[in-house]
Design a binder for this molecule. Sequence first.
Ligand code: NAG
Ligand code: NAG
Ligand code: NAG
Ligand code: NAG
Ligand code: NAG
Ligand code: NAG
Ligand code: NAG
Ligand code: NAG
Ligand code: NAG
Length: 892
Amino acid sequence: MSLHFLSALLGVLTVLVLIQAQDQSAPGQVNAHVASDSIPRQHVFVMLTMTHMSNKHIMLTWHVSHCQHDKICWRGFISLDCGLPEDVTYSALKTGINYISDAKFIDTGVSKRLGNSEKLSEELLQYVRSFPNGPPQFDLHIGANVWDTVKFTNLSLIKTSEIIYTPSLDYMQLCLVNTGKGTPFISAIELRTLNNDTYVTHSAESVLLKFLRLGLGSNSITNLEYRYKDDVYDRLWFTFQPDDMKQLSEPLNNDDILLQSIYKPPAILMSTAATPVNVSAPLELGWEADNINDQYYLYLHFNEVEKLAANETRAFNVTVNGEFLYGPMTPRYRSADTIFTTTALTGAATYQVSLSKTKNSTLPPIINAIEVYKVKDFSQSETQQDDVDAIKNIKNAYGVARNWQGDPCGPLKYMWEGLNCSIDGYVPPRITSLNLSSSGLIGQIESSISKLTMLQYLDLSNNSLNGPLPDFLIQLHSLKVLNVGKNKLTGLVPSGLLERSKTKSLSLSVEDNSGLCTTKSCKKKSSHVPLIASISAIIVAILLVSLGFWIFKRHKAAVTNANSKKRGSLISKQQAFSYTEILNITDNFKTIIGEGGFGEVYFGTLQNQTHVAVKRLSASSVQGYKEFQSEAQLLMIVHHRNLVSLIGYCDEDEIKALIYEYMANGNLHQHLSVENSNILKWNERLNIAVDAANGLDYLHNGCKPPIIHRDLKPSNILLDENMHAKIADFGISRAFGNDIDSNISTCPAGTFGYVDPEVQRTGNTNKKNDVYSFGIVLFVLITGRQAIVRAGGENINILEWVIPIIERGDIQNVVDPRLQGEFSINSAWKIVEIAMSCISPNAVERPDMSQILAELKECLSFDMVQRNYGSTRAMDELVSLATISETTVLAR
Ligand SMILES: *[C@@H]1O[C@H](CO)[C@@H](O)[C@H](O)[C@H]1NC(C)=O
Ligand SMILES: *[C@@H]1O[C@H](CO)[C@@H](O)[C@H](O)[C@H]1NC(C)=O
Ligand SMILES: *[C@@H]1O[C@H](CO)[C@@H](O)[C@H](O)[C@H]1NC(C)=O
Ligand SMILES: *[C@@H]1O[C@H](CO)[C@@H](O)[C@H](O)[C@H]1NC(C)=O
Ligand SMILES: *[C@@H]1O[C@H](CO)[C@@H](O)[C@H](O)[C@H]1NC(C)=O
Ligand SMILES: *[C@@H]1O[C@H](CO)[C@@H](O)[C@H](O)[C@H]1NC(C)=O
Ligand SMILES: *[C@@H]1O[C@H](CO)[C@@H](O)[C@H](O)[C@H]1NC(C)=O
Ligand SMILES: *[C@@H]1O[C@H](CO)[C@@H](O)[C@H](O)[C@H]1NC(C)=O
Ligand SMILES: *[C@@H]1O[C@H](CO)[C@@H](O)[C@H](O)[C@H]1NC(C)=O
């Protein structure tokens, strides 16, 4: 029956496995996510193998689908060798089970491993050595429940942990949690299906963790372990013969001879039995409980291995700690029979199972195999999916650096810091409280917050949040407390919130936001705002006074026409610098730090010692005054952590200058140039790509109406002291109205090599032109070459150079040779894939920036491991293959 079931599974399962080491804030924490269209709602057992000795502790990210490849769901088994190099699958020597790598499935997504390195092993060993409490120990979680705590008492040993349960969802989330006692590591994840009727617990909320599983009676010293093919379910059995017992056996090598029970213990183990040396003594086996309250289920497997004569009988009673369990038991010849407990054994420190001969039995008792399982409480449901999605978006948007891993609400002990959830154990938990106060949040209030529909407490106080207090917060109907005090929020408090605050259904705190006002207090406040508020707040506050919210509602008009003068004059009173001041700030234009779209950029220092970058518009600048105004106006209202901020400007007759925040690390072009000896590392490049995508996504999708950059290129991507990238120079951008189609640019712009050929042809611009330029930027970032490449004595577009190499599948020659192979192949392929989609000749096929951003973030997550564990050389993959096969064989 079960074989039938297994074969029915073939070609049905789709598996997605995602295992990633997490960020620096939680070193060594590992997540595994096994998802499937049809992970069987069936008993499965999941076995993790952990070997400290192998140097493949590293996690990998696998996206595997299309399980009709029987390489993955080989006979219904899903076997993942963690750390297996790409393109490698192997069949374990002893079992014949196929272990997979995902490279075969690269067309369905991105795959693969992040490898090991000597550095890692060293690190880990050092860590172990320097850790006073001894060898590593870590927790295994599945979903929102704790599954096991793995303790290494001897680092030379291989540990496995195995659990039997029925998945309730279509996916499974495994998590190895660092509990501060050593870095978790893992070698293999194996999933096997079992018959539904075996290993049943008394309640759906409890599952079984393997405690021991032994074949008794075998005194073989050559073979101590049995699994597939001896065991059709691939359970792992060890053999053991107690000192006071001896072996009885009858060779039986296949199931045809043995009449099997649904438990299907391996015939080879059932062909040997243990019996007491002293024929009148009972047969005794026992174990010590970890904890007196632990609950155990016991399974005893019997098969008579001797053909008894007519005058012989073998009969015995089974007791546990003296209490009668079953009897008299007479094992049947060549039949596997199983005695098991239907309720859990509990309440004892040690358990002793005795098989005692009944009075008229002529033969002593025997036993062939024993299994003991410990009960685990799995009553914790996983957090409701929409809440999980929303909180993960919030985490990504703000880069929250906390223990935010695994399921947000569970296990209770590991509930994400700053959250509280409604938990009753039966329905999926909901997030009821989000406290991100004093968390260094930058940017606007994330719209995903409104998706946490059961939220009662929201505390975002004491951060640097800017932008408006958004209307969508009104959608949080359960909200009782909203604290956004001590931020840089601007604009009006939504009237819906004010009303709820008035009726006392909401406790609202908005204090210490100089730019935020309720309708009444707004005007009064403005008179003293300039004295206390920050520069940008002044501008906004004044705009609010004079224009109300008109500017936000009619942005296009505001930017492009009538009121620009009025606004200009308002700004000049607050933010204008005189030419003399500019001379002071720049020390007479002493240090040129770059050249922007229409003028040179100088280093400057404000009176308060803040460093700034002053862009002086060249007199010959063809764009002239108009672009200057447009850039100033845009920057006044566009604030984002990945966009360069405008601090002020100078507008005297002959001299026009813009004062920007200073970006200590110059621009991306400089970093990629040949002269630069400080080579950007792979993960730095990925981070820059994500930052730039974030900035561009904000221009396209965060601004209403959208802003098209039109001149995206590496010299317009600036880097701050922490190597965070910000986009500069959207001075030639225009704000679009709703009539995108009819918009015809009067001023085609862009830089040769980066500008979409379509723009050159038609002169029209839209978001997809920026996407094209972004694609080129990605290629430049990956390859370290310029947009125009010198090849064969000719200048050719980078695409003409790179696409043939990509088509050959030669990723090593795509990536900047200066990295000397220090990059992860997975993320390289992924990013190439993204870049290719950006430069699609058909603009409609190019993805939106939001999608590109999401994919780049995913790409970054593949690469996280490297940051935790040091570098991975692509070459190492070959070396580690040998090691992996060896240890895998050892482990089986
Ligand atoms: C196994 O049990 C689960 C519920 O416990 C049920 O949903 C599933 O259909 C069963 N599978 C088979 C093959 O009987
Ligand atoms: C650890 O296990 C290995 C291999 O079984 C053994 O040789 C070694 O003595 C053990 N070490 C300790 C401290 O038990
Ligand atoms: C054998 O077992 C019986 C019953 O437990 C005991 O009385 C007897 O002393 C044992 N014999 C030997 C030689 O140990
Ligand atoms: C059973 O019968 C055989 C002879 O057929 C004899 O040798 C043996 O001793 C008997 N065993 C017992 C326990 O009576
Ligand atoms: C074995 O169990 C049976 C049935 O409960 C009982 O009658 C008998 O006394 C038991 N024998 C021994 C030796 O415990
Ligand atoms: C064992 O003895 C009981 C009575 O004490 C009897 O009913 C039973 O049939 C006997 N079993 C065998 C196998 O002789
Ligand atoms: C979380 O909410 C529960 C009630 O749902 C409350 O008892 C508990 O104190 C809260 N925990 C924290 C840390 O606020
Ligand atoms: C949020 O956490 C801070 C301390 O971290 C605490 O002072 C504040 O009361 C919390 N807010 C809510 C709504 O629980
Ligand atoms: C506000 O946050 C800063 C760090 O971001 C912290 O140093 C300060 O103590 C916080 N103030 C309050 C009142 O929590």
